[in-house]
Design a protein around this ligand. Sequence first.
Ligand SMILES: Nc1ncnc2c1ncn2[C@@H]1O[C@H](COP(=O)(O)OP(=O)(O)OP(=O)(O)O)[C@@H](O)[C@H]1O
Length: 262
Amino acid sequence: MTTTFTPILKADHLTKIYSDRPTPALSDVSLTIGKGECVGIVGESGSGKSTLARCLLRLESLDQGTIEFRQQLYHSLKGHSLRQARQHIGAVFQHPTAALNPKLTIIDSLMEPLDLQPSLRPSFISQPIRNREQIATQLLEYVQLPTKLLSAYPHELSGGQKQRVTIARAISTEPDLIILDEPTASLDVTSQAAVLKLLQELQQSLHLSYLFISHDLAAVYQMSDRILVMRHGQVVDQFASNDLYHEERHEYTASLLDVFLA
Ligand SMILES: Nc1ncnc2c1ncn2[C@@H]1O[C@H](COP(=O)(O)OP(=O)(O)OP(=O)(O)O)[C@@H](O)[C@H]1O
C-alpha cells in the first residue's frame, strides 16, 4: 500500500539569535512534518530544541526563515489570524506543575481553551453536549483519568496525572499538530512509559501529527517516524527511525547511539 505524504507544517531556514549569546540558538534549521506523522528531535542540552519549539509555537520571534502551517504563511500571521492558526497547534511541556494554575481546579484548567472560545467544540466529543462537565469528563476519559479529579487541585495529583491533564487540554481544541517538548522528562520511569503509550494511542485515534522533542534517544526512537538530530543550533543528521542503525550516521548520532545502547 502506498501512503501519500501531506505536509502539515513546513519550516525553512529558521535562525534565532539571542542578543546576549555569541552564536545563534538556531541556525538554518529546516523541517517538514507530515499529516499523522511523528517527527522526533533529539540533541544534548543547549542544542536549540526548546528554542525551535517556541519558534514553531510563535512564542519566540524568528530572525530568519519561514513557517508554513496548514498551507498558510504562519510565521507572518498576526492578531486574530494568528490566534486562529494557533488553535490548531497544541503544546505539552516538560513541567506539568508549571503549566497548571495551582489556584484552578482541574476542570477549570482543562476547560480554559474552550471557555475562551465557546464556539469551539471538538468533533471527537460525542453529541449531544449539554454542559462543560460532560466535555471535561470526556476529555479526562481520553487521557484515562477518573472523573472525580475534575474538582481536585493540581497539588492533589501525581506528576503523571498532571501531565495527562495538560495532554487533555492540548487535544481539547482538536489540533492537527502537538509539539511535545520533553513531555516525560519530569516523570518517574513507570509514568514515562505510560504517558508515551497514551500519546501513541491518541496519535492513532485522533490522527495527530507530533513534533516530539527529547534528549532521550530511546524515547524519540519509540515515538517517531523520522528523527532529526540537533547540535549547536543546527540539524546535523536526519533519517527514518528504522534507519537509525545505518553505518553512515553522523558521528554525533553515533555517540548518542552508544549511550542509548549502553
Ligand atoms: N531566552 C533566552 N535568552 C538567551 N539565551 C537563550 C534563551 N533561551 C535559550 N537560550 C540559549 O539558547 C541555546 C539553546 O537553548 P534551548 O533551551 O533551545 O536548548 P535545548 O536543546 O532545548 O536544551 P535543554 O534540553 O537543556 O532544554 C542555549 O545556549 C541557551 O542557553
